[in-house]
Design a protein around this ligand. Sequence first.
Ligand code: ATP
Length: 354
Amino acid sequence: MATVQFAEVKKSFGAFPVIKGVNIDIQDGEFVILVGPSGCGKSTLLRMLAGLENISGGEIRIGGRQVNNLPPKDRDIAMVFQNYALYPHMTVAKNMAFSLMLNSTSQVEIDKRVNNAASILGLTHLLDRYPRQLSGGQRQRVAMGRAIVRDPQVFLFDEPLSNLDAKLRVAMRAEIKELHHRLKTTTVYVTHDQIEAMTMADKIVVMHDGRVEQIGSPLELYDNPSNLFVAGFIGSPAMNMIKGQLDPQNPQVFVAADGTRLPLPAAYPSAVGKNLVYGLRPEYIRLDGTGYRAEVVVIEPTGYETQIVVNFGGSEVTCVFRERVDVRPGEAITIAIDPANVHLFDAEGGQKIS
Ligand code: ATP
């Protein structure tokens, strides 16, 4: 069983702590994405799992076995790097075969595995080429092929798509997902791109400043972010955050900084008097002739939807409408909010109020 566990894992570089006690449980066959802003520690965590970085505290287990002090080659993992790390003087076939040649696999077996991986990845016609004769996407596939031939217990990916242009990135996302569906190998994948995480992962681990903020399926995180950080990080365009407080006379009404009264899904008497944030996703704002008036700041039609930024509740608020809206900056639209989809957060600690 290729489960992976991080238990109270810590890491410091000198006196500087970068991983501050991380716990993650990964099931056999799961596709898990570590996501977070630059510097949050996700690559360090992946490198510790690979054995490329030692661990300052806690335990990492692969298939139930503690691997803290095991060298990378004994961990039965294969890693795909951001820069692909291909050998320039070797053909595609040699690049893919190389690790197997090192551990004295028979030539027959090597040929079988390389041909199989090449056919899965559509590389068969490129086996005799050198890396410099390949496109970025093809190099990416060779790097994956090199991991596949080893038939490891766990695949590790460190921002594998960040060197590709936007269109290719979308295509490769689908390919990697399809590959995982086919091989069902436990996968741990690092990215700073929340869309990549949302579209590919079975389970997302949101990291921030060396800690795990929340773990869940993409839609769990989208629908139920447990704090302001996750709420702001997951979703594009981002969740709107309007500052204000509850009406002490009616704690089911949020009063924004400019006095606008906004609906809530329930009453929150325990949050009266606190500084709060009213979290509203752009697509949960409707056009409604009887609603609030809001002044248009920016309008961005994409063809199939219309994004409009308005001045509302003392903030700039982004709305996404599934329709075409004919307005200009400076004009007003009228909008309504469905309170069922509103999130309320403590402005100081950031936790969700429920
Ligand atoms: P990015 O997306 O930018 O790669 P990341 O989330 O992967 O960011 P890490 O590369 O894991 O972040 O880095 C986490 C922190 O550890 C950063 O503050 C970084 O400067 C620091 N760090 C990483 N490697 C070292 C090192 N070898 N020595 C000292 N500090 C390091």
